[in-house]
Design a protein around this ligand. Structure first.
Ligand code: BES
Ligand code: MN
Ligand code: ZN
Length: 506
């Protein structure tokens, strides 16, 4: 992982391989952002003109590299666009800083040390810059051969110094530590999502969680296929039984001695979703290694909470299975006896996420947590509705849904509240079971949410995040978001835990 430091040095004298500065889009052309005064001075006060001549406008995502003039220690200046110049008196938006820092970090692959001289107003903006830089510097190196490709010689940026940070100030120190912990855990989730399904199955996923649990002092429990059969986990077994890689239910627990609240996080962990007997056609299965992104987010969030030592109990439930067709696979028309006692007719084996989540939600409810949040790459319908950057938030409690939506916004994740219309429930009625695993196609993401809701314990506040769109990024990288696994929802879950620890929620 990239190292992060706060520095009081001047942009002119700090030893670094590159100096990152901000440029905003002003009414009459690019404007050099605060933090880069010493750099502008080294350019005889003509930096904005130089940048404009080079074609820079200050627009979001723009990166302009220029050689340093005499007077700067760093040999290269990287000017990164911050977007519209904020109105007088307003600071730069934290997400604009996060994205700009991420862009710069991506442009600095192969560089050792970069100093970020972006506008730092307070600990919050320093944290945003640090987080963005560490997330932008991510590259997938988690395969057992050490690299994504055999000839992969790209070394991510190894050291980030934030100028204008106050290393002896308590708030700044905490902000930097938080940025480091959160970014490391978002990157952990990305690594897990990027691992191909021949490198990650329910058993090896559980082993990774066990190793981390040991490292961070978390309680770890796992149910293997024998225990799942014995315990009556018909949803998890029904989905996993077609694969040579049997399912697992993992529980990781973080507790704080003074905690007043307990949060349960439940993640969909389908390490590969072929669709099962209702096989997905070519064109729909190439990225389905990403179908465990919910479980990865939950795992990463619990570790982040442990690293931060938050005063709240957080239990992570990972519903791990591989959805494959075989002679032993669940058939469309089969009826499963779920862990809750309900029966479910499987009309489509590709609607498998809700089946594994149902068992995990029932199990999580048994411990009577104050709230449950599940995270899942659940439906293509949610991608059709909200596109590939926004996750949907559904809940059995209006205030809790609003809280999650606002928290997502606060940490720079894009989310949108979605309803759970009761009238869609009857489309899941089944003549042979309590319900079917599929209902009407219209509003498919909401139908899936309604299915899950039936497995949440009475009186427990519950929210469902459908991250099918943003979990895996197939287009060109932008801001701090790389191609592939994104770590979607980790930052939202961590902030939810912080807010819960602070007593801000119910
Ligand atoms: N894992 C998929 C959903 C998905 C789609 C995730 C695109 C990421 C990107 C899920 O298991 C699935 O196949 N859902 C079906 C449900 C349907 C059969 C009721 C879907 O959305 O088509
Ligand atoms: Mn599926
Ligand atoms: Zn799936």
């Amino acid at each position: 992982m990239t190292a992060l430091t706060l520095s009081t040095s001047s942009a002119a004298t700090l030893r670094a391989d590159a100096l990152v500065i901000g440029v905003a889009k002003g009414p009459k052309g690019p404007v050099v952002a605060p933090g880069a005064e010493a750099v502008d001075k080294a350019f005889d006060g003509k930096l904005a003109t130089v940048l404009e001549t080079l074609g820079a406008s200050g627009g979001e995502g723009e990166v302009t590299k220029l050689p340093s003039p005499a007077g700067l220690k760093a040999p290269v200046v990287v000017a990164v666009g911050l977007g519209e110049l904020p109105a007088k008196g307003d600071g730069f938006d934290e997400e604009a800083l996060r994205r700009a820092a991420g862009c710069a970090a991506r442009a600095l692959t192969g560089t050792k040390k970069a100093a970020f001289a972006l506008p730092v107003e307070d600990a919050g903006s320093a944290a945003a810059i640090g987080e963005g830089a560490l997330l932008g510097a991510y590259s997938f190196k988690a395969r057992s051969n050490g690299g994504a490709k055999k000839d992969d010689k790209s070394a991510p940026l190894s050291e980030v110094a934030i100028l204008g940070g106050k290393p002896r100030d308590k708030a700044f120190k905490a902000a930097a530590e938080r940025a480091l912990a959160v970014a490391a855990e978002v990157n952990r989730a990305r690594d897990l999502v990027n691992l191909p399904s021949n490198d990650l199955n329910p058993k090896s996923f559980a082993a990774q969680v066990q190793a981390a649990a040991k490292e961070f002092g978390l309680k770890f429990e796992v149910l293997d296929e024998k225990a799942l059969v014995k315990g009556g986990y018909g949803g998890l077994m029904g989905v996993g039984q077609g694969s040579v890689n049997p399912p697992r239910l993992v529980r990781i627990g973080y507790t704080h001695p003074k905690a007043e609240k307990t949060l349960a996080l439940v993640g969909k962990g389908i390490t590969y979703d072929s669709g099962g007997i209702s096989l997905k056609p070519a064109g729909h299965n190439e990225t389905m290694k990403c179908d465990m992104a919910g479980a990865a987010a939950v795992f990463a969030a619990v570790v982040a909470v442990a690293k931060l030592g938050l005063q709240v109990n957080v239990t992570g439930w990972l519903a791990l299975a591989e959805n494959m067709p075989s002679g032993n696979a669940t058939r469309p028309g089969d009826v499963l006896n779920m862990y809750s006692g309900k029966t479910v007719e499987v009309l489509n084996t590709d609607a498998e996420g809700r089946l594994v989540l149902a068992d995990a939600l029932t199990r999580a409810s048994e411990e009577n947590p104050d709230a449950i949040v599940d995270v899942a790459t659940l439906t293509g319908a949610m991608v059709l509705a909200l596109g590939d950057r926004i996750f949907g938030v559904m809940a059995n409690d209006d205030a809790f849904r609003t809280a999650l939506y606002e928290i997502a916004e606060e940490v720079g994740e894009q989310a949108w509240p979605m309803p759970l219309p009761a009238e869609l429930r009857k489309s899941m009625d089944s003549p042979v079971a309590d319900m079917a695993n599929m209902g009407e196609r219209m509003g498919g993401g909401l139908v899936a949410g309604l299915f899950l809701q039936e497995f949440v314990g009475e009186g427990i506040a519950w929210a469902h995040l459908d991250i099918a769109g943003p979990a895996f990024h197939e287009k060109a990288p932008y801001g701090y978001t790389p191609k592939g696994g994104t770590g979607s929802s980790v930052r939202t879950l961590v902030r939810l835990a912080e807010r819960t620890a602070d007593g801000d929620l119910g």
